[in-house]
Design a protein. Structure first.
Length: 441
């Protein structure tokens, strides 16, 4: 599995090397293009110079064609040049041993027995002759080749120099990235102490710093969540251990002792109560976990009065001896329908079960840019010294019933926090407790 990354590292190159290579490649492309243009210009220039030399020679030969003609054959044929004189009909009057073919006036390239010549043909204005003068094309070609080799050498030196300069200046250009890499590896809090002057490096440093901050925040939240989960699990285990131990004790008594009908019925009732407490605790733990896992996508637009009305109607069925009144305005907000319903249900249940109230009044109004759910009862109330503590998980007030899980008010506080608000107890005009749940509107 590690062979592929190892091979990738062996074939990787530093950014400095890549900058130098890119500089050299760019220089090579430019030098090649310019070298091609220069080489073509040299070839054209040398050919033009040769044509001018031939033309200059013709200005000497043409006026003296009649005199020079008889001596052309005696010049021998060293291959250095060729002259051919023709009359108006095209017949050869005189020629060097290398005879040129009939040619039009001006400069041309011609082949004589597979040898390439550059020629210039001129006509005498006073005589009937047409004279063609030629030299081997290789004379110009050799000069051109030498000059093109010099251009190629200069180009190669320029490419080599660009590579060296690219390596030299590339090191300075990528130095901020090298510093940034080292600081990231060392987990330094400030990756670039000041602006480097390289925009990409500064932007990368800012992005890396933001990413590292996000990672650190996420790690901190994860550690906090793990600590909370461990604490929550420990407290939950402790709270569940009590009824489970009682259930085990009752089962041992039922198994090992002969009991009368009354004692047996009492122990079975205790088992039922303990089992109900375990179920209630597990259900409330599930609701707490569901609240912790809620996200923005779970929030919807709703009318909170509808939630309150439905919760009050259900509470009247579950608590027929309890008088429930509702004073609610139409209040729209963005929230968790199940969570807000849980707030009202737990508030009424706490008033009936723990406060032993006979009358509960539910109010819903907007106050100072917030939405407040106010639940008043005429029960035993909550002592002032316990009003903050009862919102803790597994906390029980002085007047709390034994069958509760100790999580009802913790669920209310959780939902209030999820909706950007808070929950607290106050004195109720009905004589019992007033639970206020404030939500962000």
């Amino acid at each position: 599995m590690s062979a592929a990354p190892e091979q990738h590292r062996r074939h990787s190159f530093s950014l400095r090397t890549r900058v130098a290579a890119a500089t050299g490649l760019g220089a090579l492309i430019i030098v090649a293009a310019l070298g091609g243009l220069v080489a073509a210009a040299i070839a054209r220039n040398n050919l033009a110079q040769l044509d001018r030399r031939l033309e200059a020679a013709s200005t000497i030969v043409v006026p003296n064609a009649a005199v020079a003609g008889p001596f052309l054959g005696a010049l021998g044929d060293a291959g250095a040049f060729a002259i051919t004189i023709r009359d108006q009909t095209g017949d050869v009057e005189s020629s060097t041993p290398t005879q040129l073919p009939p040619l039009a006036l001006g400069a041309h390239t011609a082949y004589v027995e597979d040898t390439k010549y550059r020629t210039f043909t001129a006509a005498s204005p006073t005589t009937r002759y047409r004279i063609s003068i030629a030299v081997p094309y290789a004379e110009a070609q050799d000069i051109t080749t030498d000059q093109q080799k010099q251009v190629a050498l200069v180009g190669a030196l320029a490419v080599a120099a660009s590579l060296g300069l690219g390596w030299l200046f590339g090191g300075r250009a990528v130095r901020p990235l090298v510093v940034l890499t080292r600081r990231i590896a060392n987990r330094e809090p400030q990756l670039l102490p000041s602006a480097s002057g390289v925009r990409e490096a500064d932007e990368l440093a800012a992005a890396a710093e933001s990413m590292l901050r996000d990672v650190a925040d996420a790690q901190e939240r994860t550690n906090a969540a793990l600590a909370t989960a461990r604490d929550f699990a420990a407290v939950s285990a402790h709270e569940l251990r009590t009824p489970l131990t009682a259930m085990r004790t009752d089962l041992e008594v039922l198994t090992n002792h002969r009991l009368g009908d009354d004692d047996r019925a009492e122990i079975l009732a205790d088992l039922a109560r303990a089992q109900g407490r375990v179920e209630t605790t597990l259900a409330d733990l599930e609701r707490l976990a569901r609240g912790e896992l809620s996200s923005d996508k779970d929030f919807v637009d709703l009318d909170l009065r509808d939630v309150v009305d439905v919760a009050a109607a259900d509470a009247r069925r579950h608590h027929p001896d309890l008088t429930i009144t509702v004073d609610a305005d139409s209040t729209r907000l963005r929230g968790l329908p199940a969570g807000l319903r849980l707030v009202v249900d737990n508030a009424v249940t706490n008033a009936a079960r723990h406060g032993r109230a006979s009358h509960v009044a539910i109010g819903l109004h907007r106050v100072d840019g917030t939405v407040r759910i106010v639940v008043d009862d005429d029960g035993s109330g909550v002592p002032e010294r316990e009003r903050e503590h009862v919102f803790d998980r597994f906390a029980r007030g002085t007047h709390a019933a034994k069958t509760g899980s100790g999580l009802g008010l913790a669920l209310v506080a959780q939902q209030a926090a999820l909706h950007g608000g808070r929950a607290w107890f106050d004195e109720s005009p009905l004589g019992g407790a007033r639970l206020v749940v404030e939500l962000r509107s």
